[in-house]
Design a protein around this ligand. Structure first.
Ligand code: SF4
Ligand code: SF4
Length: 426
């Protein structure tokens, strides 16, 4: 819900919507005929290949492409590998897309079932592929000093209700997941944050429960750090560096289901936002092409319409309807060309709306000048680029329709890349 000042003198006020007390069940999209898994690409030209077209895979199987390949992907389906091809993601991330012709029934992987009998650190890589995409790498990294796990029971973006629904309907799974997380990681300090109006009914979860505000962007990690944990994340630092790891409620519920059943949970929940902005909860299979979901709901995509992974404030456009649902895909949004906010060539007119909207008081009007010129180091040193919590409010209010949020993400990516190159060459 939007409450925006017409005169630009006050901050725009937007609220997260709460799910109604009586919920309709999510619609189910049946398992697709083909599913696509994205394996992070590793260059290992001399290593023997471990997977080829024609191989069969089981649900829950850990797939690596080469011997000694540290990267892997967990199969969400049972079937036969039909194709393997390069796939480009956001910001130059490269993957190998593994297309699997799906068999009708799941055959579950023995190793996964063996590890899922009780929480065992060896299960961690498998858990990273379950619905919700738990950050097992961070949680199990012996070098990390995580002391607190925060469960997101509210979704980052507006119109998205995925994690809220899980909290509303899956507390027993979350309770089991919290116990398993404690056994796996040894971390006892676990907090569930929720935007629910009442905190009743959360007893015996094994976690403290805290409420967060309903104004956007109160559900973003940095805002929760400040408002709930009373810690401000310094510029350029991460929540993990302060000892706090965030995890989606869906991921915790999936961990609970895994150790309860000994099997990989196959249903991924997501919010589908149609061209009218109407959200709807959908259950599907990880690996389902987005186009199949849109087809199921008779959403036609015309030239110049946008398909976005995520919500209206922070989502990123995808360029192919073959893009698969991933373990952490919480929302898919379709925007009609006539409603899409087109980026313009207009210059900044120094109206100051972006500064008033920014929750961390960044001088965005100055920052944007350096971003447009590609002067990212200066943007970080002089205009607080690294304080940005990526809420997207500046882009939303900008009268000149400057794609500030996209510039910010690109700038941070380029700075990260430059730092990695520097560290590799030391
Ligand atoms: S995206 Fe960053 S700069 Fe823009 S309003 Fe949000 S915190 Fe401020
Ligand atoms: S960047 Fe956009 S919102 Fe900010 S001062 Fe310039 S025109 Fe106004």
């Amino acid at each position: 819900m939007l409450k925006k000042s017409f005169f630009g003198l006050a901050k725009p006020r937007m609220e997260y919507d709460l799910l109604p007390a009586r919920m309709t069940e999510p619609e189910t999209v049946v398992a697709p005929k083909t599913a696509t898994l994205l394996h992070p690409k590793q260059d290992a030209p001399n290593a023997p290949a471990l997977l080829k077209v024609g191989d069969t895979v089981k649900t829950g199987q850990k797939i690596s492409l080469y011997a000694d390949d540290p990267a892997c992907v967990i199969s969400s389906v049972t079937g036969t590998v039909a194709a393997m091809s390069p796939f480009s993601g956001d910001f130059g991330k490269n993957y190998t897309a593994i297309t699997i012709e799906v068999d009708g029934e799941h055959v579950f992987d023995d190793r996964f079932e063996e590890l899922a009998r009780q929480p065992d650190p060896a299960a961690a890589p498998y858990l990273a592929g379950i619905p919700g995409g738990p950050p097992m790498g961070t949680l199990m990294d012996p070098a990390s000093e995580i002391k607190t796990i925060v469960i997101r029971g509210a979704d980052h973006d507006l119109l998205v209700g995925t994690n809220q629904y899980i909290v509303k309907t899956g507390l027993a799974d979350i309770q089991r997941g919290i116990k398993a997380l404690k056994d796996l990681t040894g971390i006892e300090q676990i907090i569930l944050v929720t935007a629910a109006e009442s905190l009743q009914g959360f007893g015996h979860l094994g976690a403290r429960v805290k409420s967060i505000g309903r104004d956007y962007p109160d559900a973003l990690d940095h805002m929760i750090m400040k408002n709930v944990l009373d810690e401000v994340v310094p510029a350029g630092k991460t929540c993990e560096e302060l000892g706090v790891c965030f995890i989606n409620a869906e991921a915790v519920a999936s961990i609970g289901k895994t150790f309860d059943s000994g099997r990989m949970p196959s249903a991924k929940l997501l919010t589908l936002i149609n061209k009218n902005g109407g959200p709807q909860l959908v259950r599907t299979t990880i690996g389902t092409p987005i186009g199949k979901i849109l087809q199921r709901f008779s959403i036609a995509i015309e030239e110049k319409d946008r398909v976005i992974l995520g919500g209206p404030m922070r989502g990123s456009a995808v360029f192919s309807l073959d893009h698969p649902v991933l373990p952490d895909t919480d929302a898919i949004m379709v925007v009609d060309d006539s409603r899409a906010a087109a980026a313009s060539q207009y210059p900044c007119v120094n109206c100051g709306d972006c500064i008033r909207a920014c929750p961390v008081q960044i001088p965005v009007n100055m920052l944007v000048r350096f971003l447009e010129a590609g002067q990212y180091e200066e943007a970080a040193e002089r205009y607080d680029l690294l304080c940005c919590i990526e809420c997207g409010l500046c882009s939303f209010v900008c009268i000149s329709k400057i794609p500030i949020f996209q510039y910010i993400k690109l700038a941070k990516h380029e700075l990260d890349r430059a730092q990695t190159v520097e560290e590799t060459n030391v």
